[in-house]
Every structure is written in structure tokens, then in C-alpha cells.
Design a protein around this ligand. Sequence first.
Ligand code: ATP
Ligand code: MG
Ligand code: MG
Length: 384
Amino acid sequence: GATLGVLGGGQLGRMFAHAAQRMGYFTAVLDPDADSPAGRVSHHHIHTDYADVDGLARLAGLADAVTTEFENVPAPSLEHLAVARPVSPAASAIAIAQDRIAEKAHFTRCGVPCAPYAVVETAEQLAAVEDHLLPGILKTARLGYDGKGQQRVKTRAELVEAWQAAGCVPCVLEKMLPLEFECSVILARGRDGQIVHFPPQRNLHRDGILAVTEVHPQNMPKTVAQGAVNSAKSIASGLDYVGVLCVEFFALADGSLVVNEMAPRPHNSGHYTMEACDVSQFELQVRTLAGLPLTAPRQHSPAVMLNLLGDLWFPGGEADGAKPVAPRWSEVLAVPGTHLHLYGKMAPRRGRKMGHLTLTGATLESVRANASQAALLLGLPALA
Ligand code: ATP
Ligand code: MG
Ligand code: MG
């Protein structure tokens, strides 16, 4: 049988491996962690650094094609692999997604507006930031996720302080926008340029981390949904992208959309596709990687996804020495239409993604009522 390789052993790699194995592939994972969620369910686990050329050579020897689930894999490692095997998405696309400065330039090239921003790479650029960008969010250009690497600043003095606290690394300062809501589009683009996409997801973030995703035909105005899909398609085509891509957007009160960022891989906001759609985002990742046909996904059930963060394991707060206690899953699983995913991470920590719960059902009303019930049982905030 053929073997599909993945760089990164987190939950996204684990769900990719599940989809690949269901379709008859063997999987090979490269991850620095000896006991990673994806490594544990794969046929081959290469436990080494992403830049280790011997490890990359072993992966190329085992796998017929290679993808990534971790967006901060060094682009040179992907280029190195691509000499021996098909790699998708390409290093060039991932390099752009890894750097907010290059990413925003790409969005602008594609004619998709972003929030007003300024590049801050030097003290001169910092001093030249225009007043209308404040209050804003200073984001490191590289290596941020789940709101890490971001600081909210109200004044010029706070901005200067924040840039110093960030170590004066390259950043962007984004104007703080009043968000009506957030949404994302997940698409898959094949080697021949064909694009298929899921319906836009409506996402709620808490403390910079995705908390809830809702997907059903009434989750946003049709014009907003269509605009988001069209923008995501131009962004993917402009990169000559191959693979699964997620594009995050902010919807503003006047009905306009601005693009936030992209992820060159399946995305947390697309986990619902495993139960609510006839093709999941992970199956599409397998199909694009293996050069198989893409078919337009059909959502057959409304869905609500609740992220399960490590906080749930510390109902009394994560005081020093507090022992984690798993939530009472049997109560949650008694709610109709619940699909529990736990990623097999051993150490729950505040803000760490431990799993997620997807709710499906015959009607939007029943799914929302059941999701509210599950949230209540888990001690999560009530759904809006
Ligand atoms: P991810 O885990 O999605 O990669 P990240 O660390 O890259 O997260 P962003 O997506 O840039 O962070 O921002 C996280 C959240 O912060 C957004 O989803 C949004 O809720 C809020 N946010 C970011 N930028 C802005 C902005 N310019 N105006 C208002 N809110 C913002
Ligand atoms: Mg991000
Ligand atoms: Mg984001």
C-alpha cells in the first residue's frame, strides 16, 4: 500500500492519519515529540527535529507524498523534501502563511482587503505608525497562534512598550476593528486547479482561542458568505495552492468583510465536517495529497462544535499542584447527537486544545438546544 507522510504530530495530523488509514493508506509522522497524538496512531513515527536532514530523508524514503499539519515547519525542510517526493502545500505557499507581513501583501495582491495595518520591523517604522491605527493589536509576524504573540495597545506609549516586550522582532500593528462576527472558509484545491469548498463557518473566539463554531445556512447573510468564499478562492488561486486551506475573516457591522489570516492546512473550525458533511476536511487533504478527484462537499446536518480546552480539567482553577480531573463524559454523551473527540494528550493545561465536541441533529433548533445542554454540563459559557 502507499504511504502518506505528514510533518507534525498534533491533533490535525492525528485526524489526517485516521482519514488516510480509512482509505487504505499507511501513514508516517515526523514530530520532535516522542509521544505525539498523530505519532501514536501512525504506522511510522520519526521522532526528530523538523530541520534534521536525516529525518527528512527517512520520511521521503517511507512516504509517497508529504503534507504538513504544523504551519511553522521550516520552509527549507519542505523544499528539501520536495526534491524527492510531491509535497503539498508547496514550501512557497507555506512560507507566505508563516509570515503575517508576506501574508497581508498576498491578500492585497489578490484584491482582498485586510484590517488597516502597519509593518513594524524597525524603530523608524514604529515611530511612523499613524494615529488612526490605535487602539490596535501588535502581532508578531511569525510563530503566533491561539492569540499568543499578540498584545492589545491603546496608546503610542503602550505600543512602544509592547514592541520592546516582543523583543523588537518584526511585527504588524493592526487597527482594532469592531467585529460583528468572525467566519472562516475551508477549501481544497487540486493539482489541476479545481477548487471545492465547505460552507463558511461562523466562529466565536474567547481569549484569542477558537471556542465555538456554528455551521448552518442561516449562520450569516448570504452576501457575506458568498464574498468570503470568493475571496478565499482568489487567495488560493493566487498562491497556486495545492491542498486544504482555511481563510479567516472578520465581518463588520456595515456588511463588509476583511480577511484576517490563513492556515495552510485543515483547521479547528472545520472539525465539524467529520460528522456533518459527506466529505471531511481531512479526507480532502488526503485526496489533494494523493492526487485523487475532489468532489464538492455536502453538509447534511447543521452543526455546532465546542472546543474542549485544558481548562475543563481544572474546574476549581489551575492552582499550583492541582490535579487534573477529566470532565464527566458519560453525562455529555447522553445528549443526543454528540460526537466526542479527544486527542490523546496526556497533560491538560489551561488554553491547551485537548479535544472537541461536535453536535449534529435533524434541525438547527435541536442542535442548538443540545449544544447548550452540553455546554452547561461542561461548565462552558452559555451559547449566544
Ligand atoms: P490562530 O490560532 O487562529 O492562528 P492567531 O494567534 O494567529 O490565532 P489571530 O487570528 O490573528 O490570532 O487573532 C486571534 C483573535 O483575536 C481573532 O480571531 C479575533 O477574535 C481577535 N482579533 C485579531 N485581530 C483583530 C483585529 N484587528 N480587530 C479585532 N479583533 C481582532
Ligand atoms: Mg494564526
Ligand atoms: Mg486566527
